[in-house]
Design a binder for this molecule. Structure first.
Ligand SMILES: [Fe+2]
Length: 437
């Protein structure tokens, strides 16, 4: 089975796509931006006697961030409850628990506003919870068929503001919440423009408490979004859907992708070492948060490629975090396999990444990018050397992983710059077992 990239929607004209589209939350960025959270909520229509819910986790409570947000909201006259039991890489039942908490406290109507505070997992829990409470039923109702019931999401629900405390996932602007479905052993997204947050408040000071390991791993995810977005096929390589509603959210790179990716690759690659090794450096943290946001905008406008598609089966089966999985898969998938599609474009990525490209052919520059990418991961000291070290994965495991990738990740494979067969994916998995010795 393989994926061609000639058809973007079930019903389409036999003419190239001519339109691109972007939809984003309001974005508030910068030092002390968190102080403007009450203003942001009011701006979204939250009134004086509203009661809201902050969805976060124990780590954010321990770091004092949850209390800070609670105090800011109370001092602004807003009532607020805190749910601090969001889990890492949340499952359907984790979201069910949060939904149950909301229904116990507030009945079917739920809260008047929601704040998701934390990394991608807390934010996705907040997104999915608001959606399920507003539309009724359970999380699986809104997961795509055949895993879930594929029910359409009609209501966005009350205002939701996301406050990321990591620089990486892009959950604050994405139209998807990624959940694992335990009984089927897969990860799926609830995907809809209605699940997207209304606003994102990004304050770099909230990211200084993130330990080096998580800083490095989420940075690799952010770089993945920037490079993968930059190297999807172009949006007009698809055919134009007959109904604009059928246009995929992830539909290939646009001029907007180009701008945001270039800046993101530069910011992330030149600040990641400082942010990991000297976490209190607020300037490096701000540059990372901005780079991650720009990388997310790139991914949001274009989609992602083979690396993200391969990462979901790995994360689900071996319970590895998204960031570290992206990190170990990037050299073999995004760089080695995909650079064959357009070496000149990868030479430009190399240049943005700080590789000396003068005097090198495009192919040589792309190869040098891989060398320097791996060197960066070694310098960060916390990234596993490959799938083998990440989770004890061996050559015996790659058949299953490749089949899962091709069978379940069409959403991401569609924008890959090179067509992909299951045999190709198997080879890329084998290549990613060891990025260095
Ligand atoms: Fe990602």
């Amino acid at each position: 089975m393989s994926y061609e990239r000639s058809v973007s929607a079930p019903d389409h004209d036999l003419a190239p796509e001519t339109v691109w589209h972007v939809q984003m939350p309001q974005i508030r960025f910068g030092r002390d931006a968190i102080e403007e959270l009450p203003f942001q909520l009011r701006d979204l229509g939250v009134d004086e006697d509203a009661t809201g819910l902050v969805v976060t986790d124990e780590g954010l409570v321990a770091a004092g961030h949850a209390e800070r947000v609670e105090t800011l909201l109370s001092e602004a006259g807003l009532s607020v409850d805190v749910y601090d039991d969001a889990r890492r890489e949340p499952s359907v039942s984790d979201v069910e628990e949060c939904v149950e908490f909301v229904r116990d406290e507030r009945g079917e109507a739920g809260y008047d506003y929601y704040v998701g505070l934390g990394g991608g997992s807390c934010q996705d829990t907040a997104k999915a919870t608001r959606t399920v409470v507003a539309n009724g039923g359970s999380p699986l109702d809104y997961v795509a068929e055949p895993t879930g019931n594929g029910k359409a999401i009609a209501e966005s629900g009350p205002p939701l503001v996301l406050v990321p405390t990591t620089a990486g996932t892009g959950a604050e602007i994405s139209p998807v919440a990624i959940l694992s479905v335990e009984e089927k052993n897969i990860k799926e997204g609830i995907s809809s423009n209605h699940i997207r947050a209304d606003a994102a408040v990004l304050d770099p000071a909230l990211t200084t408490t993130l330990p080096p390991g998580q800083t490095a791993k989420t940075a690799m995810d952010a770089l993945g979004h920037a490079i993968e977005g930059y190297t999807t096929h172009e949006y007009d390589a698809l055919l134009r859907p007959s109904d604009p509603a059928d246009r995929p959210v992830y539909a290939g790179r646009t001029p907007l992708t180009e701008m945001f990716s270039e800046k993101a690759i530069d910011l992330l690659s030149s600040n990641v070492r400082t942010a990991v090794h000297n976490g209190d450096d607020l300037e490096a943290r701000a540059n990372m948060l901005q780079g991650a946001l720009f990388g997310a905008i790139a991914g949001l406008t274009a989609g992602a490629t083979l690396c993200h598609a391969m990462a979901y089966p790995v994360g689900n089966r071996y319970h590895t975090t998204h960031g570290e999985t992206i990190a170990v898969l990037t050299p073999a998938s995004t760089i080695d396999y995909n650079s064959g599609s357009d070496p000149a474009r990868f030479s430009r990525v190399a240049e943005l990444f700080g590789v000396e490209t003068t005097g090198r052919t495009d192919r040589e520059a792309a190869d040098a990018l891989k060398t320097q990418y791996v060197q960066l991961q070694r310098d960060l000291n916390v990234i596993p050397s490959g799938l083998a070290e990440l989770a004890g994965i061996t050559a015996d495991d790659v058949d299953w992983l490749a089949a899962q990738t091709v069978d379940t990740q069409e959403r991401l494979l569609r924008t890959n710059p090179r067509p992909v067969t299951e045999a190709d994916v198997r080879d890329v998995f084998l290549d990613a077992l060891h990025n260095w010795e």
